[in-house]
Design a protein around this ligand. Structure first.
Ligand code: SAH
Ligand code: SF4
Ligand code: F3S
Length: 471
């Protein structure tokens, strides 16, 4: 009789992860990809062709949630044709809606919240092998620390790393504290180990993530400034960044580091939301315009070439023309290097959703356009100042048509480079800037001949591409 061979069942399922929302979701998606790859799932680039479609979602504005609902609507036919296809929703909307989402969408198989990311493999097993429809949206709310080694394989030249999750601020417009829970930090030791693992895979630029990163270590006795110092010692790491800072919690120790820590990039995202003290109070932001501008002054004193970006909300309930003028004043005075401008969107369960005094949509649109104009003007001027200068750019990727490469300088400006090849990916090279617009800088590597033919070929489609995704 022939001997039977027993092998482990091989997982032949293909997987597509679609990510909405902020960098934290990008990071969570990277982790889920790694966890599921280790279980044998194959990455499928085309969403509709995948056996398992996992959508990592965002709840920050009504529009963010609509994106998921319309995508789920589109997927209904696919599931009817192939009932074995698995459709799963993770992230903030999964957390916010939980079981209600499963009830509302009959072709959905799995809903998991951000704190269940590590269990995505076993949850999918329950769906695929157990034939169940599952919801896992409990918070891990005990204590102030958590451990979650990142284990991301196939690291890129620039990587994201979440170091603190949740938020305790409860700004009156914001859903994040409801969908990400209370603030909890990982240990410096665990984070530095992750950084070393990334560097061993070729990463040289790390961005630490947290919704309110300045209070990293609350309740654990460790501080963000200490983590930055420890990361600065990691051999092979070239650039350190972090986001998002809160104007009240950005202390002098952190501000001063921009002048003293070699690898800390001269770049900071510091949302001000509104220039009006009255609106800032209604938002419960815990600072006023004066304090915000003071922090900007201190930052620029510590590091004169610092690039500062921000977030703004227009049309918060009760925002008058006068309040809005104060926002324009801050935009004009600070001359930000970049900003995400949002129309206020009421979120269920938040305080501001009960305020009334909604600003009409057409006025929100008008305020958005006026803010964008001032913002763009200053960015264009700043970018023009780069003309004919030579700047260090970490090359991260090639465009889809394989015509140019893109990367970032220490100030986080997007730079397109024409005359380099694949070998440049992951390297920091000197680029001479020859052209700029509001969304990027363009130029040539100084160590190779200029390639004018390539340059002209890309001119037509470069300007509209590759601006950062709003979170
Ligand atoms: N933790 C960060 C940002 C979190 S959300 C901070 O405190 O700044 C990212 C941005 O989305 C916010 O800065 C804010 O500008 C915007 N945002 C949050 N809730 C919003 C809402 N209800 N409507 C419109 N924009 C909102
Ligand atoms: Fe939301 Fe940021 Fe405020 Fe936290 S600090 S509630 S994440 S806007
Ligand atoms: Fe959105 Fe959640 Fe990030 S609500 S902005 S994905 S923390």
């Amino acid at each position: 009789m022939q001997r039977q061979l027993y092998t482990q069942p091989i997982n032949t399922k293909s997987l597509h992860i679609k990510t909405f929302g902020c960098q934290m979701n990008v990071y969570d998606s990277n982790r889920m990809q790694s966890i599921l790859t280790a279980k044998g799932f194959r990455a499928e680039p085309e969403l509709r062709n995948a056996d398992v479609i996992l959508i990592n979602t965002c709840s920050i504005r009504d529009k963010s949630e609509h994106k998921l609902l319309s995508l789920l609507g589109e997927l209904k036919g696919l599931k009817e044709k192939d009932p074995k296809k698995v459709i799963a929703v993770s992230g903030c909307m999964g957390q916010r809606m939980g079981r209600a989402l499963l009830q509302r969408v009959p072709h959905l198989d799995l809903v998991l919240g951000p704190d269940a990311i590590d269990r995505v493999g076993e949850l999918l097993d329950g769906v695929i092998h157990g034939g169940q429809r599952l919801v896992e949206a409990k918070f891990d709310n005990e204590g102030r620390s958590y451990s979650q080694p990142c284990n991301v394989h196939r690291a890129k030249p620039a990587e994201l790393l979440t170091i603190v999750k949740g938020c305790d601020h409860f700004c009156t417009y914001c859903i994040v504290p409801f969908v990400r829970g209370r603030e909890k930090s990982r240990s410096i030791e665990e984070i530095v180990q992750d950084v070393k693992n990334f560097v061993a895979q070729g990463t040289t630029d790390i961005t630490f993530l947290g919704q309110n990163i300045n209070t990293y270590g609350k309740g654990t006795g460790q501080k963000l400034s200490e983590l930055i110092e420890a990361a600065n010692q990691v051999k092979g790491l070239e650039r350190i960044r972090y986001l998002t800072s809160h104007p009240r919690d950005l202390g002098e120790d952190l501000i001063n580091q921009f002048g003293t820590i070699e690898k800390l990039c001269p770049q900071l995202h510091l949302p001000f939301q509104s220039g009006s003290d009255r609106i800032l109070k209604a938002m419960s932001r815990l600072y006023n315009q004066e304090l915000y501008l003071k922090k900007i002054e201190l930052l620029r004193k510590a590091s004169p070439h610092m690039a500062i970006s921000t977030d703004v909300i227009v049309g918060f309930p009760g925002e008058t023309d006068e309040d809005f003028e104060a926002t324009l004043k801050v935009l004009d005075e600070v001359k930000f290097s970049g900003a995400f401008l949002f129309k206020y969107s009421p979120r269920p369960g938040t305080k501001a959703a009960e305020f009334g005094a909604e600003v009409p949509e057409n006025i929100k649109d008008e305020r958005l356009a006026r803010s964008q104009k001032i913002l763009n003007h200053h960015i264009e001027v700043e970018n023009k100042n780069y003309l004919n200068t030579v700047i260090p750019v970490l090359i991260e990727s090639m465009d889809k048509k394989k015509q140019y490469f893109s990367g970032r300088n220490p100030q986080n400006k997007l730079v397109h480079v024409m005359n380099i090849g694949d070998a440049s990916i992951g390297k920091i090279i000197d680029v001479e800037i020859t052209d700029t617009n509001v969304s990027c800088l363009k130029g040539f590597y100084v160590g190779a001949p200029k390639n004018e033919i390539n340059y002209r070929r890309i001119e037509n489609h470069i300007s509209s591409s590759l601006s950062p995704t709003p979170n």
